[in-house]
Design a protein around this ligand. Structure first.
Ligand SMILES: Cc1ncc(C[n+]2csc(CCOP(=O)(O)OP(=O)(O)O)c2C)c(N)n1
Ligand SMILES: [Mg+2]
Length: 175
C-alpha cells in the first residue's frame, strides 16, 4: 500500500520510450502516497493512474467485519465526523490537476473506457477516478492470516473463529 504511484514512476523511468505504466490504486492508498504524480509531471515520465474510490479502506472493513466485529473507522461514512449522506470524499481529479496532471472523473465503466483512450493520447501523467463499491469483491479463496479471539462473549466472533479453524484445516504447510 502506498507504493503504486511511486513504483510506476520508477517503471516509467526504467521503460522510457517503450510504454506507459498503468496504475490501479485504491482511494486509501492514493491518500497514503500520491506526490510522485507531481514528480512524474516535473520529470516528464508519463503514467496513467486509475483511482478506485470506494469511500475508504474497503478491504480492511471487510476483514474486520468478517471476524465477527462491527467495522471501525475504515469507511468514510464511519469516520468520526459522521455525515452519512455526504461523506467527505476527496475530489481525486481536482487533486491530481492541482499537481499538474491531466485528470477526469468517470461516471461509468463505459466512460472509463472512453477516458482511457483519451489518457493514452495525452502528453503527461493522466489520472482517472471512478466510484467503486466497498461491499463487492471477487473472492480470492485465500485466508488473510489475522487472529480471531479464541474466547469472546460475542456469538459472531465465536462463529468467525470456528470458520477460521475449519478453513485452516485446508492449509498445505510447507508447500
Ligand atoms: C503501508 C501499509 N499500511 C497499511 C496497510 C494495511 N492495509 C492493507 S489494504 C488497506 C486499505 C486499502 O484501502 P484502499 O487503497 O482504499 O483499497 P480498498 O481496500 O478500499 O480497495 C490497509 C490499510 C498496508 N498494507 N500497508
Ligand atoms: Mg478504498
Amino acid at each position: 500500500m502506498g507504493y503504486e504511484i511511486a513504483g510506476a514512476w520508477g517503471t516509467a523511468m526504467a521503460t522510457e520510450g517503450t510504454g506507459t505504466p498503468i496504475v490501479l490504486v485504491g482511494d486509501g492508498s492514493y491518500m497514503m502516497m500520491n506526490s510522485d504524480i507531481y514528480s512524474s509531471v516535473l520529470s516528464g515520465h508519463k503514467m496513467i493512474v486509475i483511482v478506485c474510490d470506494n469511500g475508504g479502506f474497503g478491504v480492511i472493513n471487510r476483514l474486520q467485519t468478517g471476524m465477527g466485529v462491527p467495522g471501525f473507522n475504515n469507511l468514510l461514512k464511519d469516520s468520526r465526523v459522521q455525515n452519512k449522506d455526504d461523506p467527505l470524499h476527496v475530489d481525486f481529479a481536482k487533486h491530481a490537476e492541482a499537481m499538474g496532471a491531466l485528470a477526469r472523473h468517470c461516471d461509468s465503466l463505459a466512460d472509463l473506457g472512453t477516458a482511457m483512450e483519451w489518457a493514452k493520447t495525452t502528453d503527461r501523467t493522466t489520472v482517472l477516478s471512478i466510484a467503486t463499491d466497498a461491499h463487492k469483491w471477487t473472492p480470492g479463496g485465500a485466508d488473510w492470516y489475522v487472529g480471531v479471539p479464541e474466547v469472546s462473549p460475542r456469538e459472531s466472533v465465536q462463529k468467525a473463529r470456528k470458520g477460521q479453524e475449519a478453513f485452516r484445516q485446508k492449509q498445505r504447510q510447507g508447500v
